[in-house]
Write a protein that binds this ligand. Structure first.
Ligand SMILES: [Zn+2]
Length: 466
């Protein structure tokens, strides 16, 4: 039996606009006193009229462009009707027929994952279960969301994780959301089914309530396993197009059946009569495109063209601030040696502290680079950290602390002679075993206060002892 998992992902991104999607309420709902960020619109009171948030629409277009999508110049909103206590109006305003963005793609390890759409909608309120009671908080009701729907081009849990990380990275680069899965500002719903022996499809399952990246991977793997066993035990050749919804129980590490056979017809979608169609002209869309920053893939390609490894390039491009610091320090240089030098400092000592790009001085890096043969690599790491923290020229620090390596042969030779005189036992050891030279080099470094060039020290000791 050959099995190919077919995985799609629906990702919800909560936009961090100041106000909500269709009213002026504060959209920041985390840690707010319940039901304080509400008004007649987001409480769904009769007669209240929604007014779309322009920034949210622009950000959805921006995100669509970053995902390689085509943008519909004219779009409209629709009502998705269902009843749930935390859905104040009895419907959600969303987009079905004409989303802002369609037909995009993301490339993962050279493999294209097609993106069907990115559409605009609003979040629901929150149900909070306390004992036998359910409390409702409408602070989140009406917060802008973008839903990004992939085609089922993902074939493993690992690939799903890379895809999600990439979406998260792009969203953060754009600054339109903090895309925090644990906090709930990024949510994922995988759809999973299997293609068996090149002819059968198992029924499609959509998984809800996954609240972490690990959860997404575990839920996908669980479903692959469950559907495989189901297919084997049914012993019938079947092709099903039914879609079922299963919940994810993170404690039991398994999915459970929630609803069977549900289609978009059940939601009685129809155009939102209170909001006219939204139009963005070609020029307006191009103006938004012009605000796109250099995206992670472009950054990675640029870094690799500087001869940096895959590992280094990915680490530098991980977040926008970090890569902007690298770009600022690089300052247009195309010297691979300099690029590697900065990389080692940034992903080494500087990675351990939080950096403020405004306080980064590219010339400190350049100065250290120009004197790199006179300073040990340990000292250089120490100097870049200290110069950043004290905003002092690293070479001044090196001078004041006498950290430059002495490469003056005469001076080191004097020290070498002294070390040989002072350590007769170690000299004897060396004559029996040349590998023990390390001890004498160590002694020389010590008497030089760490300033001797260790290579030169070793050569001179060997010369004197031969
Ligand atoms: Zn409101």
């Amino acid at each position: 039996m050959t099995i190919t998992p077919i995985i799609g992902l629906e990702v919800h991104i909560e936009l961090k606009t100041k106000s909500k999607m269709f009213c002026g309420c504060d959209a920041q709902h985390f840690h707010a006193q319940p039901n304080t960020h509400t008004c007649p619109v987001c409480l769904g009171l009769p007669g209240a009229l929604p007014v779309p948030n322009k920034t949210a629409c622009e950000w959805t277009i921006k995100l669509g462009l970053a995902l390689g999508c085509s943008i519909n110049e004219e779009t409209f909103f629709e009502r998705k009707n269902y009843f749930y206590p935390d859905l104040a109006k009895g419907y959600q305003i969303t987009q079905l027929q004409k989303p802002f963005a369609i037909n995009g793609h993301l490339t993962i390890d050279g493999h294209d994952i097609r993106i069907n759409r990115a559409h605009q909608e609003e979040d629901t309120g929150k149900s909070i279960h306390v004992g036998d009671e359910t409390l409702l908080d409408f602070n989140r009701s009406g917060v802008p969301l973008v839903e990004i729907v992939s085609e089922p081009d993902i074939t493993s849990a690992g690939e799903a994780k890379i895809y999600l990380n990439k979406i998260q990275q792009i969203v953060r680069y754009l600054g339109v959301s903090d895309a925090d899965i644990e906090k709930g500002s990024m949510r994922c719903e995988p759809t999973v089914n299997l293609y068996v022996d090149g002819k059968y499809y198992t029924p499609l399952v959509e998984i809800k309530n996954v609240a972490s990246l690990t959860g997404v991977m575990n839920a996908i793997n669980f479903e692959i396993d469950r559907q495989t066993k189901q297919f084997e035990s049914d012993h019938v050749e079947k092709n099903s197009t039914n879609k079922t919804t299963r919940g994810w129980d993170a404690d039991k590490n398994q999915t459970f059946l929630q609803r069977e056979k549900e289609g978009s017809a059940d939601y009685r979608y129809f155009p939102e009569p209170d909001i006219p169609p939204i139009v963005f002209t070609k020029d307006q869309i191009e103006t938004i495109r012009a605000t796109l920053p250099e995206l992670p893939d472009q950054k990675i390609a640029k870094y690799k063209s500087l001869n940096l490894s895959d590992f280094d390039a990915n680490l530098l491009a991980e977040d926008l601030v970090f890569s902007s610091i690298f770009d600022k320090v690089l300052n247009g240089s195309t010297d691979p040696e300099y690029a590697k030098f900065i990389t080692n400092l940034l992903i080494g000592p500087l990675k351990t502290i939080s950096l403020d790009i405004k306080k980064i001085k590219p010339d400190y890096f350049q100065k250290l680079f120009s004197r790199r043969s006179d300073l040990s690599s340990t000292i250089i790491k120490q100097l870049i950290l200290e110069s950043y923290q004290s905003d002092t020229d690293p070479l001044e620090i090196a001078k004041a602390k006498n950290l430059f390596q002495v490469s003056d042969t005469g001076a080191i030779e004097e020290l070498a002679k002294q070390v040989i005189t002072d350590n007769p036992k170690a000299v004897n050891d060396y004559k029996k075993n040349p590998l023990s030279i390390g001890f004498l080099v160590g002694q020389l470094m010590k008497v030089s206060g760490g300033s001797a060039n260790p290579q030169l020290a070793k050569q001179l000791l060997e010369k004197l002892l031969s």
